[in-house]
Every structure is written in structure tokens, then in C-alpha cells.
Design a protein around this ligand. Structure first.
Ligand SMILES: Cc1cc2nc3c(=O)[nH]c(=O)nc-3n(C[C@H](O)[C@H](O)[C@H](O)COP(=O)(O)O)c2cc1C
Length: 300
């Protein structure tokens, strides 16, 4: 039975990875989860300089999910490279660094700096709904998506994953724009912009007023978008959004995702990633699937 998958020439031992921002850089989970089991660890967003993030409160629970407005708090690339990459290198897993920025130059600075580091892939977050400049400012305009993808590809030594925003009318337009700019892989979806009001405090549940909705509540939207994008482009897709179980992950794979990321589930069940891998194995045994690739995009 073969669970290995190929993303732009990078072979993952299995299709399950962590979703950016929900697993730190692995160290906080490593006492509970054997990182060697994961297809890849995707790090929290890293910027060229440290970012303080948004004022608190920054998270709130919702039905079937949560709203967050962390605002991409991170220690900046210098600390990240010194502290987190050597930690992750100890494990037999792929390292995917999520990159954030406010301007094209910011992104390029990080991408250039990472070019000589032992990083397997870069995931470019152009879809964070919680920072005013950058992030989503790029991700909602197809011309901007294509332009920033093209710029980043000029400097990147590793394959580039463009992380798309679901906060658009037609995801296929964005997927095609990233592909036209030279993206090697797409990942989707980032969070959907949401709002929660605390009726007792009579104010917004998160200080940023709006935040990104994640968790099972968004899964049917995410599966639909992965399906649409998979029909529209030739490059591989990493699917995510509300994956809690192996069945959830398999929905994304059948819809066309080559790999999947597990995010909010880690907060509820820190063992979610490895349980999902085991569940996919059981499914393959049950249905006599020799190679996971038989399942990718099998529903059309
Ligand atoms: C607390 C939190 C922090 C996040 N931080 C990032 C981030 O730094 N960069 C990024 O691209 N996505 C970030 N995301 C989005 C997730 O990677 C993922 O796209 C989204 O949550 C949908 O997956 P899920 O429903 O499994 O959580 C964050 C999500 C959460 C809940």
C-alpha cells in the first residue's frame, strides 16, 4: 500500500500535514505527536521582521468552529531560522514554511533568506483576513495574485505553494491566476471572514471585530472550492478547512486534493493528524486501494 504523494517533485510519506498557525513549528506538539509520522509540518506564518499581532481577545468559539484574529503574530525570520528550522530538521518529515508580508518586497525578503535553508517548500499566505495591509489585499485580486506569484517565483529556490483566500466570488479565477503566475502548488482554503458578538459585553467577541472562521463549519465550502479549483487547474492542491477525521480528509482527496492540512482539529484533539493518517490507511485496506493516487480527484 502506497500513501506517498508527490507535490511539485517533493515526496511526502503520506498526504497529511498541519495547517499553518495551528501547530506552532511543531515543538509544542512534539511531546504528544510523533512528527516523523506527518507528511509535512507547515509552520506558522513568518515575516521579515517580528509582528506583534492584533489586540486581545483574539479568538472565540463558534458553532462547529472558531473565529481567530491573531494578526500573524510571529518572531520574524531571524529567530525562526535559528530556533525552529534546526528543531524540525531532527524529524523525518517535510518542512513547509508559511510566509507572510505586507508588501511584495517583504515576501521576497523572506523567500530569499530561506533559499539556502533546509526547507522543502514555501507556502505563501496571500489570504489572511486579519491584517490590514498585505495578506488578503493580494489574495482578492486576480491580477495581484498573478503578479506576486510571478515575483516570488523569480527568487524562490523551493517549490512555491500559493495559499488562496475563500473570500472571493469565484475561486477558479484566483486558482488560474496563481497557476498563470507560475505557482507550483495551491493550498486552500484559508479562513472565511466572520464576526461574533458577545451579547453580555455588548461588543465584538474578538477585538479586531472580524476574524477568520475555521473548523468543521467551513468544510463543505472548502470541499466545493477544492473541487472547483481542481477542475480548473493542472497543478496539485493541498486541501483544508474543517478536517477533523479521516473521512473529512478523504472528501478533500476525492474532490481533487493531493494532500490535506489539519488545522483547528489540533486544538480539540492534539492527536488528530496521526489519527487521520491511521484512518486513511484503514480506508485503503477496506477498499483495497493500492496507491493513494487512485483516490485523488476520483469523484468527477
Ligand atoms: C489560530 C489560527 C491561526 C492561523 N494562522 C495562519 C497563518 O499564520 N498563516 C496561514 O496561512 N493560515 C493560518 N491559519 C489558517 C489555517 O492554516 C487554515 O487555512 C484554516 O484554519 C482552515 O483549516 P481548519 O478549518 O482545519 O483550521 C490560521 C488558523 C487558525 C485557526
Amino acid at each position: 500500500m502506497n500513501m506517498k504523494v508527490n507535490l511539485a517533485g517533493v515526496t511526502l510519506n503520506n498526504p497529511v500535514m498541519t495547517a499553518s498557525g495551528t501547530f506552532g513549528s511543531g515543538e509544542e506538539y512534539s511531546e504528544l505527536v510523533d512528527l516523523n509520522r506527518l507528511g509535512a509540518v507547515v509552520t506558522k506564518g513568518v515575516a521579515n521582521i517580528p509582528w506583534a499581532g492584533n489586540p486581545t481577545p483574539r479568538i472565540a468559539e463558534t458553532y462547529g468552529g472558531m473565529i481567530n484574529a491573531i494578526g500573524l503574530q510571529n518572531p520574524g525570520m531571524d529567530v525562526f531560522i535559528k530556533r525552529d528550522i534546526p528543531f524540525l530538521k531532527k524529524y523525518d518529515t517535510k518542512i513547509i514554511v508559511n510566509v507572510c508580508g505586507k508588501t511584495t518586497e517583504d515576501y521576497i525578503e523572506v523567500v530569499e533568506r530561506l533559499s539556502d535553508e533546509p526547507v522543502d517548500m514555501l507556502e505563501i499566505n496571500i489570504s489572511c483576513p486579519n491584517v490590514k495591509e498585505g495578506g488578503i489585499a493580494f489574495g482578492q485580486d486576480p491580477k495581484a495574485v498573478e503578479a506576486i506569484t510571478r515575483e516570488i517565483k523569480k527568487y524562490a529556490k523551493q517549490p512555491v505553494i500559493m495559499k488562496l483566500s475563500p473570500n472571493v466570488t469565484d475561486i477558479t479565477v484566483m486558482a488560474k491566476a496563481a497557476e498563470a503566475g507560475g505557482a507550483d502548488v495551491l493550498s486552500m482554503i484559508n479562513t472565511l471572514t466572520g464576526m461574533k458578538i458577545d451579547v453580555n459585553r455588548r461588543t465584538f467577541a474578538v477585538a479586531n471585530k472580524t476574524g477568520g472562521l475555521s473548523g468543521p463549519a467551513i468544510k463543505p465550502i472548502a470541499v466545493r472550492m477544492v473541487y472547483q479549483a481542481a477542475c480548473a487547474v493542472k497543478i496539485p492542491i493541498i486541501g483544508m478547512g474543517g478536517i477533523m477525521t479521516a473521512e473529512d480528509a478523504l472528501e478533500f482527496i476525492l474532490a481533487g486534493a493531493t494532500a490535506v492540512s489539519v488545522g483547528t482539529a489540533n486544538f480539540v484533539n492534539p492527536y488528530a493528524t496521526t489519527e487521520i493518517i491511521a484512518g486513511i490507511e484503514d480506508y485503503m485496506v477496506k477498499y483495497q486501494i493500492e496507491d493513494l493516487s487512485e483516490l485523488i480527484g476520483a469523484v468527477r
